[in-house]
Ligand binder design. Structure first.
Ligand SMILES: [Zn+2]
Length: 86
């Protein structure tokens, strides 16, 4: 499950838990937290550089090179029921 980083929106109202930043493990389709689980104060999600750059784009995953490296063969439909291996 991905880990998200949050920090207090308003440092003056923050508790010890959310004053700096804290991490929360959430499922991909969970709504992002908007309040601190400890004090209930407003929090914002911090988009960390690491998790953004660590996710390869779908385009590069499905490139011909990547497909070959993972042992898959790409077939291109040439029409008339013929397929060409790449
Ligand atoms: Zn808090």
């Amino acid at each position: 499950m991905p880990i998200y980083e949050y920090r207090a929106k308003d440092q003056k109202k923050a508790c010890e838990h959310c004053l700096g930043s804290f991490e929360a493990t959430q499922r991909m389709n969970d709504a992002p937290l908007c309040t601190c689980p400890v004090c209930g104060g407003p929090v914002v999600r911090v988009i960390s550089q690491f998790s953004v750059s660590a996710v390869p784009s779908t385009r590069s995953l499905l490139s011909d090179k990547s497909i070959k490296r993972h042992g898959f063969t790409k077939l291109v439909n040439e029409g008339d029921g013929k397929f060409r291996k790449i």
